[in-house]
Design a protein around this ligand. Structure first.
Ligand SMILES: Cc1cc2nc3c(=O)[nH]c(=O)nc-3n(C[C@H](O)[C@H](O)[C@H](O)COP(=O)(O)OP(=O)(O)OC[C@H]3O[C@@H](n4cnc5c(N)ncnc54)[C@H](O)[C@@H]3O)c2cc1C
Length: 382
């Protein structure tokens, strides 16, 4: 049987779901094809913190818009546990202060509320954070969402506007004809559409390659630990404020889910590995576990008796400049929405918006050249 739609979105992670939502909002008949279940891959493994702090100056307008879009969605559909809990980023070293001040100046310049705070104020905002720190930045508007429910909400929004979702079906390749895309091929048959958006997370490069397109995407390991559920104690997202910036400089993220589990990870500089791939999910690294537990207990000594419940590993899709690939690529009608760089939840609504702009042929809502999918063509891989 041949199915037809205006647009096929491949992948129902947070990015594909946001793209489907944005395209269906504009009256397009959208069909989403997902090899597993919506939100079941990287998105479901996420800590899903939504914020603008210490991200990227060129991307600030997009980030501000995207965070506001999440807030607006939460007002209309308060079912995905959106919580504006704020984020504390602790500093351990004097040399991190200059960088923190730089970020804060930039953010307050566009009206955001981040500021530098002393340890005393940190204790007032997060009383259980008793470990030694030099200072911290505080971004009160940062939020967290439940990643599964957030993806489902976006999918439900798209469905309410007529989108259809086909789970458990892998797209095996693109249907091309005369230099333009005609749809996608699946084991269940061809789906015809003049617009195809590849939002396959770390699998996107493989799909694009079926059309001869070489995307500069590499997998990067992301790991996390969870404790057993405990009574509510950590109220904020607690992260490290690294002067060097970027995930490669190392990071810490600690938060407590509504379920009561404390979710946390610490990667020290140089600890990031690109071994393995999205289908090759092994145990969390022992060194990662050691560093994560050490950081948790240093900051929160009262948690010394907490039991660890589980750990998990996923592979995010990363580009050489840590920015998304968003926009048209190769054959007419083909679009890419991938390369999350580990912050895809924050950006997903804006990525959806940019794809809808490109498809409609109108002026992009945000600066879009920095996301051009083929900007690394010929420059080799990361
Ligand atoms: C531990 C951890 C913590 C994180 N913390 C944060 C955070 O605090 N804030 C933040 O913004 N981000 C965070 N991230 C990153 C964020 O989760 C990702 O950027 C985001 O989920 C990527 O979404 P995606 O839709 O691109 O990918 P995915 O969720 O992987 O979705 C891609 C989908 O495409 C499907 N697919 C692939 N190939 C095919 C095919 N051939 N046919 C059909 N379907 C296909 C897959 O099954 C998958 O469901 C974190 C990630 C991890 C792992």
């Amino acid at each position: 049987m041949v199915m037809r739609a205006d647009a096929v979105v491949v992948g129902a992670g947070v990015v594909g779901a946001a793209v489907a939502e944005a395209l269906s909002r504009e009256g397009r008949r959208v069909h989403v094809v997902e090899q597993g279940v919506p939100g079941g891959a990287v998105s479901g493994a996420s800590l899903a913190c939504i914020g603008t702090h210490m991200m990227d100056e060129d991307e600030l307008p997009l980030l501000v818009w995207s965070c506001a879009a999440w807030r607006a969605l939460a007002e209309h559909s308060p079912v995905f546990e959106y919580e504006r809990c704020g984020q504390i980023r602790f500093l351990d070293h004097e040399h991190e202060l200059a960088s923190a001040r730089h970020w804060i100046a930039m953010e307050t310049g566009v009206g955001l509320g981040s500021r530098l705070i002393e340890p005393d104020e940190v204790r007032r905002i997060e009383p259980i954070l008793k470990g030694p720190i030099l200072a911290a930045t505080w971004s009160p508007d940062d939020a967290v969402v439940n990643p599964f429910l957030a993806v489902r909400t976006l999918v439900a929004q798209a469905r309410s506007r007529g989108a259809t979702v086909q789970s458990g079906t892998a797209v095996s390749g693109l249907a091309l004809e005369g230099g333009r895309v005609r749809g996608v091929e699946t084991a269940a048959g061809r789906i015809e559409a003049g617009i195809v958006v590849l939002a396959g997370g770390p699998w996107t490069g493989r799909l694009a390659a079926t059309a001869g397109i070489d995307l500069a995407l590499v997998p990067r390991k992301a790991q996390c630990l969870a404790t057993v559920a405990r009574p509510p104690s950590i109220r904020r997202v607690v992260g490290a404020c690294k002067a060097e910036g970027g995930v490669d400089a190392g990071y810490t993220q600690i938060q407590q889910a509504r379920s009561g589990q404390i979710l946390f990870n610490t990667v020290l500089a140089g600890g990031i590995t690109a071994d393995g791939g999205p289908d090759d999910i092994r145990e969390a690294d022992r060194l990662f576990m050691r560093d994560s537990i050490a950081t948790l207990l240093r900051l929160f000594p009262d948690l010394a008796d907490v039991d660890l419940l589980r750990s998990w590993v996923r592979y995010e899709a990363v580009t050489p400049d840590d920015r998304f690939l968003v926009g048209p690529a190769g054959p007419e009608g083909l679009y890419i929405a991938a390369g999350d760089g580990g912050t895809g939840f924050i950006r997903a609504p804006a990525v959806g918006r940019l794809i809808a702009d490109h498809v409609a042929g109108r002026e992009p809502s945000f600066r879009s050249d920095i996301y051009a999918p083929l900007r690394f063509a010929g420059a080799g891989r990361a």
